[in-house]
Write a protein that binds this ligand. Structure first.
Ligand code: FAD
Length: 415
């Protein structure tokens, strides 16, 4: 039995906590924020199996210059961050080479194809199977040109085993009568599903962890006490020291600063996204629906309809620009003409993104007892349970596939 201290109690951290607890370890989670209000809260809630083609795909990159000039575009960059982001963007763009895209997609396929089974096992374990809604996702396209922007990504995903059916806009309208009837094309992503409420998910995971004897310290991790290549203790923001045999960094977008304190350079950016929950939305929607041209998705959570999306590059301390959330709601009328938005609540989340779109899961070779569970970008909810399982394997030194060079934190060395 080891004393494991985890920095961060979002979906990644708490999933690690439960998996490590199941292995018999004594686990403490440092989480300074309200539980469940990390990036997951602002997400589209999808278990996005097969969302494996990196964002750096050429179709996407070609749109970027136009988007940067438009403050309401699906992707934006705050000017104050431009210079700082240059190295990240350079690496991100380098990953648009077909050979790299393919390699990344194959790696992410390995992970996401395990996600549904891992997530189901996690939900069964905590007695909340109803949190998984097993319905495919629909993507909507205005016309031929719009659909073509996804063509290469869909082809690669299909080649790697994803099930994506092309249907007409009319057929999509028949599946979901609340949708506008003038979309020309749609695709149904059969491997996907969604979470009934991402905040409730994290809360219930946390509750199960505590009920089983886990400790939650409602403070931030502020630093580490080291003895050579070993971290002996984690320092909380009130100065107290938590003795540790193993440390897991799972602080989402904030993991980069913690890694820096340990001398480990992570290429990680917190990319802001927004979500507006609409209560009494006035439409009946059963599936998550994405409108890629508008840069958002709409998910029918158990208590509200959430309109979520956009990628905004800004510093970790930047305040949200709520106008971006409002723009998404305005655009959502294109998809759901009968929408009502008088009762709404807005959220912002920072997706922890690496330039190669691969998460950071595994132990660093630089220190004897520090592992990472972060960098999931737009796949954090999808991969939470899988990440927990993998980190438990790492700490138990259970034989497994060799993930470390692909997903490990040391791949950024020399950067
Ligand atoms: C608009 C949008 C749509 C998305 N859609 C999807 C989707 O459909 N499917 C999907 O899989 N993913 C989606 N995502 C991504 C997903 O939400 C994230 O990848 C995921 O929530 C990241 O989880 P995390 O636990 O790593 O980080 P977080 O949820 O951010 O949790 C990190 C936690 O660490 C804590 N913390 C910060 N600093 C410290 C510190 N110093 N010490 C201790 N704790 C600290 C924070 O308080 C926080 O609770 C979306 C995200 C956004 C914004």
């Amino acid at each position: 039995m080891k004393r494991v201290v985890i920095a961060g109690g979002g979906v990644a951290g708490i999933s690690c906590a439960l998996a490590l607890q199941a292995d018999g370890h004594s686990v403490t989670v440092l989480e300074p924020g309200p539980v469940g209000e990390g990036a997951s809260w602002a997400s589209c809630g999808c278990i996005a199996v097969g969302e494996i083609v990196p964002l750096s795909q050429p179709g996407m990159l070609m749109k970027v210059p136009g988007w940067l000039l438009d403050p309401e575009a699906p992707l934006s960059l705050r000017p104050a961050s431009a210079l700082r982001l240059l190295p990240w963007f350079t690496r991100f763009t380098a990953n648009s080479l077909p050979s790299r895209m393919r390699a990344i997609a194959a790696d992410l396929a390995r992970l996401t194809f395990a996600a549904t089974a891992d997530f189901k096992a996690q939900l069964t374990d905590i007695g909340a199977p109803e949190l998984l809604v097993e319905r495919p996702v629909i993507k909507l396209f205005d016309d031929e040109r719009d659909k073509a922007t996804m063509g290469a990504a869909f082809d690669l995903a299909r080649e790697l085993g994803c099930t994506i059916d092309d249907i007409s806009g009319q057929e999509a309208h028949e599946m979901e009568p609340a949708l506008a009837s003038d979309f020309k094309y749609a695709s149904v992503l059969r491997d996907w599903s969604f979470v009934a409420d991402p905040k409730r998910l994290v809360e219930q995971l946390m509750r199960a962890f505590v009920q089983r004897g886990g400790t939650v310290v409602p403070l931030a991790c502020a630093g580490f006490e080291r003895d050579g290549a070993r971290v002996n203790a984690v320092r909380a923001s009130d100065g107290r020291l938590l003795a540790a045999d193993e440390v897991v960094i799972a602080a989402g977008a904030h993991s980069k600063g913690l890694a820096r304190q340990l001398g480990i350079p992570l290429q990680l950016e917190g990319v802001m996204g927004y979500s507006t929950g609409l209560q009494d939305a006035g439409v009946d929607l059963k599936h998550t629906v994405f409108y890629p041209a508008g840069g958002f998705g709409i998910t029918p959570y158990e208590n509200e309809l959430a309109v979520a999306g956009t990628l905004e590059f800004a510093s970790l301390s930047a305040a949200p620009k709520w106008r971006r959330a409002d723009v998404l709601v305005k655009r959502a009328y294109r998809v759901l003409p009968g929408l009502q938005d008088s009762r709404r609540s807005r959220r912002m989340g920072r997706r922890p993104f690496t330039p190669d779109t691969r998460p950071i899961i595994g132990r660093t070779g630089r220190l004897a007892n520090v592992s990472f569970a972060t960098g999931h970008g737009q796949l954090g909810l999808t991969l939470g349970a899988t990440t927990g399982r993998l980190i438990a394997d790492v700490i138990a030194e259970r034989p497994r596939e060799t993930w470390s060079s692909v997903f490990g934190p040391d791949r950024f060395q020399g950067t």
